[in-house]
Design a protein around this ligand. Structure first.
Ligand code: NAP
Length: 388
């Protein structure tokens, strides 16, 4: 129970007297150096002298006492246990904004920073934009998410004032190559920071109708053993799980091998077709529509991204060469068939394969000066076979 006689109360700051309706209201009344949260149902106007009687009608919602000495620590713990994260997105371009929408939709707090000014876009999405990374880091986010172009990531990471972050902050990247960010994280981040490398295998175009069944690759490169750190990483992964992504855990090296043979090839084909300037026609087949879509998908990604796929994945060059070889071999196959057809057209049935011609040769070599071919063999055939 509380002692109402000890309530310190000034008529000029009388919250009760300022009440204007009979609805249930909640006020904070200063009491010694603490505050009490009281709510009551009461007619709006009365004299302060009437307060003790009226206080009997107050319903006490909370009884305070001196705050426990570890009050702040408890608050921190409570926040850590909460399922919502404070996520700082570094690189708030095309993909950063796309991810931010999902984070915010799921109730997480998003801070953004980028080289360019995206403050109004951030505001419209419900994120806070920071021009200065010092200010951003002083917000002590749970997660720093690197979403910069592959080729700028190293310089951006080096420029972050990581000394302003809480120790053990979780660093995540979403780069389309994986061994490279893993290596620079391990190189530049002190061992007390956690590291999660990830790659959502979709973008603003391919994921515009939802992320259901789209692959999300991740590698828990370094996550501390503490319960809160393990949970934080899981909470981050849950964002993608909740959206229906197909969660694929694999090493960064495995990712790069698979991605070079699939994603890099896809982007390369898209860019080759883009150079052909394909146009929609009145007789589009489904296959052709797929190609047009591929061009549209890849054209919406920056060249920096494509160049990054090539430069920072050691398997990409091999794939480019394989593509070259495959194209050459396909051309050879085509031209080989074409050659066959042309020969048939030129020489008709009269042409026989050299093997057949050989089988018709006499068993014994004829004398010098006489033809090797059977008597029926035409002059033309002789020329053709000689040309072989
Ligand atoms: P991007 O061209 O790869 O990257 C653009 C982002 O990088 C922008 O935020 C841009 O900042 C920043 N940036 C570029 N050069 C910079 C520099 N010199 N210094 C500082 N920041 C720089 O396009 P993106 O599509 O937004 O991709 C971002 C990341 O997500 C990439 O690593 C990409 O591999 C990955 N990713 C993309 C997709 C996708 O479909 N787009 C899918 C999965 C993963 P400003 O805009 O402020 O200039």
């Amino acid at each position: 129970m509380i002692s109402f006689s000890s309530v310190r109360y000034s008529p000029t700051q009388n919250p009760v007297a300022s009440a204007t309706s009979t609805a249930t209201r909640t006020f904070l009344i200063p009491y010694h150096y603490h505050t009490r949260k009281l709510s009551f149902t009461s007619p709006p106007f009365f004299h302060p002298a009437d307060l003790p009687r009226r206080l009997n009608r107050l319903r006490v919602q909370a009884i305070d006492a001196a705050q426990p000495y570890d009050y702040e620590a408890q608050l921190v713990n409570r926040f850590a246990q909460s399922t919502k994260l404070k996520i700082s997105i570094i690189g708030f371009g095309n993909f950063g904004q796309f991810l931010a929408k999902a984070f915010i939709r799921q109730g997480h707090t998003v801070f953004a920073h980028s080289r360019s000014d995206y403050s109004s876009i951030a505001q419209s999405l419900g994120a806070a934009f920071f021009f200065d990374t010092h200010d951003l880091c002083e917000q002590h986010p749970d997660v720093i998410l690197l979403c910069t172009s592959i080729i700028s990531t190293e310089s951006v990471l080096k420029s972050l004032p990581i000394q302003r972050l809480r120790r053990n902050t979780l660093f995540v990247d979403v780069l389309s190559v994986k061994e490279f960010p893993k290596n620079i994280f391990l190189q530049y981040l002190p061992s007390h920071f956690d590291i999660l490398c990830s790659h959502p295998m979709f973008g603003p175009e391919s994921g515009k109708n939802g992320w259901q069944n789209l692959a999300f690759v991740f590698d828990k490169v370094r996550i501390g053993n503490e319960e809160s750190r393990l949970r934080r990483a899981e909470t981050f992964l849950d964002i993608f799980k909740n959206e229906g992504c197909r969660m694929v855990e694999m090493t960064c090296a495995e990712h790069d091998k698979y991605a070079a043979g699939s994603q890099f090839i896809t982007h390369t084909m898209g860019r080759i077709l883009e150079k052909l300037q394909l146009q929609s026609t009145p007789v589009n087949t489904k296959g052709y529509e797929t190609l047009l879509n591929l061009v549209e998908n890849t054209a919406s990604d920056s060249f920096d991204l494509y160049y990054g796929l090539f430069m920072y994945n050691k398997n990409a060059m091999e794939q480019l060469e394989r593509l070259d070889l495959a194209f050459e071999s396909l051309k050879k196959e085509l031209f080989g068939h074409l050659h066959e057809v042309l020969r048939k057209q030129l020489f008709g049935k009269s042409e026989e394969s050299p093997k057949l011609v050989l089988s018709k040769l006499p068993k014994k070599l004829p004398k010098n000066g006489t033809s090797l071919l059977p008597a029926s063999t035409s002059e033309t055939e002789t020329v053709v076979n000689n040309n072989n």
